[in-house]
Ligand binder design. Structure first.
Ligand code: UD1
Ligand code: CA
Length: 454
């Protein structure tokens, strides 16, 4: 069994994006457009992927990184055929090679699998995916003779009559590696754009008497090529709808799918409700019976069951069962929140563990801290973790009670069952079960007002 080899074309600049960022690195929702293409190829069983890079290749390479097996560099962008030629060594002469464009992120693994099957079943030398469009302007047209493939003519090279054809080349193909490599030798650039067209390889192969097939796809959305920011937003909308529908079919309630943005790699269990204005990104996992939103952003976080998150931001955080977050809470990286915890309004947590049953209800900063079970934070508590040079940890034992407006100057430990009086600035450890008062004693001066006004 041959390996499934894939070449992804990503050398173009994408002039019409009007951006300093290369086209394939622009994002739909939380992922770069080329990542969707690579993921679809992998899901369809690809095991060797070569990305052809050129424009700002160092940047593209760094951003794609390990997700492909190798890169080929196209120094000058002389056309799609020329781009594929740069991967000649990777393509070799064994088996087949799938060609995908880095700027068509809506392609699905199902379509790629069908293409592999279609190509194999028909014993083709090359198979191209076509689709019929109401408006085929700009695309290469599939020219047929007695219903079978003859050649592809680019819009710019097409005659008036050829331009009337609405079956277009999607830019997705499988070639028998040896036939593709052989066709490179005959590839010319005598066309309107003076480019080496990959599409001409099909004609060259056909002329050699080998079989070139066309697989007609149904969903034109899958092949939306992105050339401008306008097309990017259209494709993002299709992707957003596709992802939201997937979750709704799986039993997640999404109150307003037009106004909910869920990344492709997010998982959500049934009976969770997502309210409008919610953005869920990265490798976030959400359990069952949660209520998320409205107006929340959750990135790379793990949320267990029965959790409520309202108008809050969570970055690389973990939240255990039946905890409530927000409104207006900010959980920063490496925050681990236990079960039945309350993180209330205007509370920021950073790099801290908060154990089960603890309440941090209002206006509090907890940074670099280890907090036990059933601790109560009074309003306005601050863990003072930074001295201008270094960060220090605060430790708080089970059942401790932190009075309102307490500063805990780290490094410091509040032992189990200890109390701190409201308004205290705690600079050294508080033993188990004790009350610590660290504030000036109140002094009342009777009649002071009258004396002052005299
Ligand atoms: C191409 C096809 C056209 C098809 C359309 C589908 C050719 C000649 N034409 O046209 O038939 O209908 O796609 O979307 O193939 N690229 C390189 N190096 C180059 C040129 C392009 O890597 O020298 C890459 C681009 O980065 C892009 C992809 O190839 O990812 C497609 O190139 P593009 O210029 O957009 O081709 P189209 O004109 O859209
Ligand atoms: Ca294109």
């Amino acid at each position: 069994m041959n390996n499934k080899k894939v070449v992804v074309l990503a050398a173009g600049q994408g002039t019409r994006m009007k951006s300093k960022v290369p086209k394939v690195l622009h994002k739909l929702l939380d992922k770069k457009m080329i990542d969707y293409v690579i993921d679809a190829a992998k899901e369809a069983g690809a095991d060797e992927i070569c990305a052809v890079v050129g424009h700002k290749s160092a940047m593209v390479k760094a951003m794609i990184g390990e997700s492909v097996s190798e890169f080929a560099v196209q120094k000058e962008q002389l056309g799609t055929g020329h781009a594929v030629m740069q991967a000649e060594k990777f393509i070799g002469t064994e088996g087949d090679v799938l060609i995908l464009c880095g700027d068509t992120p809506l392609i699905t693994a199902e379509t790629i699998k069908k293409l592999f099957e279609n190509h194999k079943n028909n014993e083709n030398s090359a198979t191209v995916v076509s689709v019929k469009l109401k408006d085929p302007t700009g695309y290469g047209r599939i020219i047929r003779e007695n219903h079978s493939f003859l050649k592809i003519v680019e819009h710019k090279d097409a005659t008036e009559k050829e331009r009337e054809i609405n079956e277009i080349n999607t830019g997705v193909y499988i070639f028998k590696a040896s036939d593709l490599s052989e066709s490179f030798k005959e590839l010319k650039n005598d066309n309107a754009q003076n480019e080496y067209y990959l599409t001409d390889c099909l004609e060259i192969i056909k002329e050699k008497g080998r079989r070139v097939g066309v697989m007609v796809a149904r969903d034109e959305n899958e092949f939306l090529g992105i050339n401008s920011k306008l097309q990017l937003s259209r494709a993002a909308k299709v992707m957003k709808r596709r992802i939201n529908e997937y979750h709704m079919i799986n039993g997640v309630t999404i109150e307003d799918p037009d106004n909910t943005y869920i990344g492709k790699d997010v998982s959500i269990k049934p009976d969770t409700v997502i309210l409008p204005g919610t953005v869920i990104e990265g490798k976030t996992e959400i359990g069952t019976d949660c209520v998320i939103g409205p107006n929340s952003r959750i990135t790379n976080s793990i949320i267990k069951d029965g959790v409520t998150i309202q108008s809050s931001v969570l970055l690389s955080a973990e939240v255990d069962n039946y905890t409530t977050i927000g409104p207006f809470a900010y959980l920063r990286p490496n925050s681990k929140i236990g079960e039945h915890v309350k993180i209330g309004d205007f509370v920021e947590i950073k790099n801290s563990t908060i154990d089960d049953g603890t309440k941090v209800s209002h206006l509090t900063y907890v940074g670099d801290s280890d907090v036990g079970k059933n601790v109560n934070f009074g309003c306005g508590t601050v863990t003072v973790n930074y001295d201008g040079k270094n960060k220090f940890r605060t430790t708080i034992g089970d059942n401790a009670f932190i009075g309102c407006n307490t500063n805990l100057i780290a490094p410091v430990t509040i032992k189990d069952n200890a109390f701190t009086a409201a308004g205290s600035t705690i600079t050294f450890d508080v033993p188990e079960g004790s009350l610590s008062i660290a504030r000036a004693k109140q002094v009342n001066k009777p009649g002071w007002r009258e004396k002052k006004e005299d």
